[in-house]
Design a protein around this ligand. Structure first.
Ligand code: AP5
Ligand code: MG
Length: 213
């Protein structure tokens, strides 16, 4: 099963990808996570991406296409993958179609998650994740069962993203509207797109996604 989760910052792409990953046993390919790991490592890619991400802009298409092309060729993608945060431009969407065709793979569904702008900002400002295993949480909507302890790994260290401040979120939303939303018609035109109301509770959104698959 090869899937794309599409949606603005804070729509719940990562949250739903984690549930789908557990359900289907296929990996989540989050370009945002890959870039944050590259920044933390201090690699060449990380050095190029750091200031771009902090400004809420997009990392150049060529770098992103190369990153995903290498990633989907890895063994753990043999039974499928969930793309979270890629493609984000028309050029990325076209390049993805070309790389899938080359590998004789198909895209099963593109799931567009829609959420009101005010709710996006609230979600992003309350978000944090486990430093040890990466599981995502929210101060009000998804707190750990035991305060200060990760549900998944028992870790006690949590972190907030550097680009999750009000100013950068506004820039990320603008980037989404200008460069990413225009790819929705690209997938709608040939019937690959399905829309999900992302305003519902996390579990209900997940059920709606699973019902589509
Ligand atoms: P990326 O990491 O992809 O960030 P994003 O697209 O801005 O999306 P987010 O991760 O902020 O939101 P999400 O949809 O995953 O929401 P989440 O599930 O966490 O990209 C970061 C940066 O990297 C970009 O700005 C760009 O610079 C660069 N980049 C990445 N990919 C690129 C590409 N392809 N090309 C170029 N540049 C690229 O949910 C948010 C919060 O809400 C959580 O706390 C969660 O618990 C909560 N929540 C989720 N669902 C619900 C719900 N239904 N109800 C209530 N709360 C909910
Ligand atoms: Mg995410």
């Amino acid at each position: 099963m090869n899937l794309i989760l599409l949606g603005p910052p804070g729509a719940g792409k990562g949250t739903q990808a984690q549930r789908l990953m557990a359900h289907y046993g296929i990996p989540q390919l989050s370009t945002g996570e890959m870039l944050r790991a590259a920044v933390a490592e201090g690699s060449d890619l990380g050095k190029q991406a750091k200031s771009i991400m902090e400004a809420g802009d997009l990392v150049p298409d060529g770098l992103m296409i190369q990153l995903i092309s290498q990633r989907i060729g890895r063994e753990d993608c043999a039974n499928g993958f969930i793309l979270d945060g890629f493609p984000r431009t028309t050029a990325q969407a076209e390049a993805l179609d070309a790389m899938l065709a080359e590998r004789e793979l198909q895209l099963d569904k593109v799931i567009a998650i829609s959420v009101d702008e005010e709710a996006l900002i609230e979600r992003i400002s309350g978000r944090f994740s486990c430093t040890d295993c990466g599981t995502g949480y929210h101060d009000s909507f998804k707190p750990p069962a035991v305060e200060g302890v990760c549900d998944e790994c028992g870790g006690k260290n949590f972190e907030r993203r550097k680009d999750d401040n009000r100013e950068t979120v506004q820039a990320r939303l603008q980037t989404y509207h200008q460069q990413t939303a225009p790819i929705i018609p690209y997938y709608d035109a040939d019937g690959r797109l399905a829309r999900v109301d992302g305003m519902a509770e996390i579990r209900a959104v997940g059920d709606a996604v699973l019902a589509l698959l």
